[in-house]
Design a protein around this ligand. Structure first.
Ligand SMILES: Nc1ncnc2c1ncn2[C@@H]1O[C@H](COP(=O)(O)OP(=O)(O)OP(=O)(O)O)[C@@H](O)[C@H]1O
Ligand SMILES: [Mg+2]
Length: 244
């Protein structure tokens, strides 16, 4: 695992991001950094603003105020794996990757598709229809699409929601391999145990506000968890104390 020291240049710097939909303030003045190779979990109740935040980071939703900066701007934009993905069930794995590589306008489509098949460990499934793959393998293809342009930062919106425990473990093995290579990954989840197990840091959002940014252990300490309480219980208590 890469060391996460303050000396490490951030891959992404988010400052004062806000977004309203009419009267609804979905994201309020959120700021944070993500370092190279860091895995950040965004946790918060339904409607907290997690998807809105990620959509702004991905550049598909314009913020009302604030900035998203990539200080090390050597590479392309940020990779985005939405909850509702756009892959085609009737096409094969390779055909999907080829289609999205063309849409992404990558320089060498064939080489990129080969690289993605290798990176996702899906070489043997290249000619299988996507709709016939397991949920875990389909999610790998979704992530491969997000990684086509070799982005320094990858955003995942509830990546493991529909997966069984074994498929989840495989997915996390895959995501950890990405962060070990230096990709920064930001993911939203409702699975607090998963955030605790895999993320280096957690950002707690509630009603659009960032209430906490630190390690799971620090969150437990801040939440003043009772002896024997797990992070989920500490998290619920933390939100309740702050009126959410
Ligand atoms: N396009 C939109 N138009 C109007 N309101 C929106 C829109 N997108 C999100 N909202 C509102 O903004 C708030 C934040 O929504 P968002 O989807 O970001 O929450 P979330 O944390 O991702 O929730 P969940 O855990 O249910 O996925 C909610 O109140 C939602 O209804
Ligand atoms: Mg959401």
């Amino acid at each position: 695992m890469l060391a996460h020291t303050a000396a490490l240049a951030p891959s992404l710097t988010v400052q004062g991001l806000s977004k309203s939909f009419g009267e609804r303030r979905a994201v309020r003045d959120v700021s944070f950094d993500v370092a190279r190779g860091e895995l950040l979990a965004v946790i918060g109740p339904n409607g907290a603003g997690k998807t809105t935040l990620l959509s702004m980071l991905a550049g598909i939703l314009e913020p009302d105020t604030g900035t998203v900066a990539q200080p090390d701007r050597t590479t392309a934009r940020i990779g985005w794996v939405p909850q509702q993905t756009a892959v085609y069930g009737k096409l094969t794995v390779a055909q999907n990757l080829r289609l999205f590589a063309k849409l992404e306008k990558v320089a060498d489509v064939d080489a990129t598709v080969r690289r993605m098949l290798e990176q996702t460990g899906l070489e043997q499934r290249a000619d299988d229809e996507l709709g016939k793959l397991s949920g875990g393998n389909r999610q790998r293809v979704n992530i491969a699409v997000g990684l086509l342009a070799d982005p320094p930062v990858l955003l995942l919106d509830e990546p493991s929601g529909a997966l069984d425990p074994r498929q989840r473990e495989r997915l996390w093995g895959f995501i950890t391999a990405l962060t070990d290579r230096g990709t920064a990954v930001i993911f939203c989840t409702h699975d607090i145990a998963e955030a605790e197990r895999h993320a280096h840091r957690v950002l707690v959002l509630a009603d659009g506000e960032a209430l906490f940014n630190g390690t799971a252990a620090e969150l437990k300490a801040v939440a003043d968890a009772d002896e024997g309480h797990d992070l989920e219980q500490a998290f619920v208590g933390f939100l309740r104390e702050r009126g959410h």
